[in-house]
Write a protein that binds this ligand. Structure first.
Ligand code: FES
Length: 147
């Protein structure tokens, strides 16, 4: 099956659903790791929208990646509540552990900032491959990383 065919099946499955465009794009990312330009065109075709409209949605949402990503994504909260309980120190320790700065990636990990994970009362918080970690420290990160 061609990537475009799979994207078409995903788009068709979501065509008549509320929020169908966003659902389809999210499913494509889950299935393929990112949304390619060809897949954007497929979604535009199925939803009878212009490619520019789909491009606008994809470029607005940080989670709709447009290039292949490393297998592990680590996000560390940088918002105020987490900063008040050690978020900056956690960030520094995670950066040292991974050998990356916020916004950097290597072949296996991408490290990025996030501005609130909804765990403000249990900070500092971070997320590893979509799994939220409350009162996080670098030991949590070690436990979440693949061997
Ligand atoms: S401020 Fe960090 S989770 Fe809300």
């Amino acid at each position: 099956m061609e990537p475009g065919d799979s994207a078409r099946a995903i788009a068709l499955r979501n065509k008549d659903r509320v929020g169908g465009v966003l659902r389809a794009l999210r499913e494509i990312v889950l299935a393929h790791g990112h949304v390619s330009r060809d897949q954007e065109h497929v979604v535009a075709d199925v939803f009878n929208l212009s490619h520019a409209e789909i491009r606008g949605v994809v470029s607005f949402y940080h989670d709709l990646k447009t290039t292949p990503q490393p297998p592990v994504e680590v996000r560390v909260c940088q918002a105020e509540a987490c900063q008040a309980v050690g978020g900056r120190e956690l960030t520094a320790r995670v950066e040292a552990l991974l050998g990356l700065r916020l916004g950097e990636a290597n072949d296996s990990v991408v490290l990025s900032a996030v501005y609130c994970l909804g765990l403000c009362a249990q900070g500092p918080a971070m997320m590893v491959n979509g799994r939220p970690l409350a009162r996080a420290d670098e030991r949590d990160l070690r436990a979440e990383m693949p061997p």
